[in-house]
Write a protein that binds this ligand. Structure first.
Ligand code: ASP
Ligand code: MG
Length: 405
């Protein structure tokens, strides 16, 4: 008999029919004698609908009230899930985040969990209940309702699994697990049996959005092993855990393509101390997240100039152009060039730490299909290149074939 935390995402509870399916799966585990805590997200689309309703009134609704509003989405879903379980004879009870003991700070719409005191959850489990918990929400010590950032039900599940010392944490979603690439782009992509926290985090930040990144960070910090699997079938999913020696045998775990980035080049920037600081401080002050940065060798004496390129989210491009243009007088650069036609292609794997020639192999694959590399960045477990958007999907397939198959 095990204590299992299961989390069902919005699509898994997207209709009454699907809620009944979830109830049937939960009932099955319950009848096999397991203790179950089931974290549920709002039915798919509901959170967006609620946000849109508030924004129809005013573009910047107060975040405290927004949290109160958004938390109702999960409350509908837990109540319906508990009712569905009761209807098939399973003793289920639904709890809000606060009732389940999720205490957060007061940063509305992206609160951080401070502590989890699941006393009530323990009591209900011990009296034979299946406990259904609202994901994505908590409460401040003062009793205000908070939410944990979009996709935050994953975090609720992982935090409860840690606090309850659960034997198993299962994240049910609409895909079979974590893949070596997006199967819509790379038909040869394979489902992974296991992946390390760090690889999962890199892939998530690169656009392979399977889980909320914060929840993976939390799982890593507290050593919560979890499985990502589908709620639409019984296939085993992908186990996410601390890296093991055997994981290093695989050089590249996954290939990710991010098409949401834009590239900005500032041409003819005076090459002197403080200039880069000025540019990136201005961007940071405008809350623009800069990803890759490349600076060319400088040329021209006695006052050398250089070119600086960087990538940002496409959505931030107009804001970035405005910020840089206001610096033109002060810095005296020649020109600002921006393009949205780029793709960021990355390979990720803990095996890169102990293998050589990985970058060369990636660049050879790109050369074979005539893809020019614009920018490169690397970390211990990742190599990313910026390339032309038009060839990015073909490049993803070629690089995947070179390393994975
Ligand atoms: N319902 C929330 C959202 O849409 C939380 C979640 O789905 O995990 O972001
Ligand atoms: Mg969701």
């Amino acid at each position: 008999m095990a204590l299992i935390v299961q989390k069902y995402g919005g699509t898994s509870v997207g209709s009454i029919e699907r809620i009944k399916n979830v109830a049937a799966r939960v009932a099955d585990y319950h009848r096999r004698g397991h203790k179950l805590v089931v974290v549920v997200s709002a039915m798919s689309g509901v959170t967006d609908q609620l946000i849109n309703m508030a924004k129809e009134i005013t573009p910047l609704p107060s975040e405290r009230e927004l949290d109160l509003l958004l938390a109702t989405g999960e409350q509908q879903a837990i109540a319906l899930t508990a009712i569905a379980l009761q209807a098939i004879g399973v003793p289920a009870i639904a709890l809000t985040g606060a009732q389940a003991g999720i205490v957060t700070d007061g940063v509305h719409t992206k609160a951080r969990i401070r502590n989890v005191t699941p006393k009530k959850v323990h009591e209900l489990l011990n009296s034979g209940h299946v406990v259904i918990v609202a994901g994505f929400q908590g409460e401040t010590p003062e009793g205000d309702v908070t939410t944990l950032g979009r996709g935050g039900s994953d975090l609720t599940a992982v935090a409860l699994a840690a606090a309850l010392k659960a034997d198993l944490c299962q994240i049910y979603t609409d895909v079979d697990g974590v893949y070596t690439a997006d199967p819509r782009i790379v038909p040869n992509a394979k489902k992974l049996d296991e992946i390390s926290y760090d690889e999962m985090l890199e892939l998530a930040s690169l656009g392979a959005k399977v889980m909320q990144s914060r929840s993976v960070e939390f799982a890593k910090k507290f050593g919560v092993v979890f499985e990502v699997r589908s709620s639409f079938n019984d296939n085993p999913g992908t186990i996410v855990k601390e890296e093991t020696k055997s994981m290093e045998a695989v050089v590249v775990r996954g290939v990710a393509l991010d098409k949401k980035q834009a590239k900005v080049t500032i041409v003819g920037v005076p090459d002197k101390p403080g200039v880069a600081a000025r540019i990136f401080k201005a961007l940071a002050d405008a809350a623009i997240n800069v990803d890759m940065i490349v600076q060319n060798v400088s040329h021209g004496a006695p006052q050398p100039t250089t070119d600086i390129s960087f990538t940002i989210e496409k959505a931030d491009l107009p804001k970035a152009q405005k910020v840089i243009t206001t610096l033109k007088q002060e810095l005296g650069f020649a020109e600002l060039i921006a393009t949205e036609n780029i793709g960021k292609l990355s390979i990720v794997g803990v095996g890169m730490k102990s293998h050589t020639g990985v970058a060369a192999k990636m660049f050879e694959a790109l050369a074979r299909i005539g893809v020019n590399i614009d920018m490169i960045s690397t970390s211990e477990i990742k190599i990313s290149v910026v390339i032309d958007a038009a060839k990015a999907e073909q490049a993803a397939r070629e690089v995947h074939a070179a390393f994975i198959g």
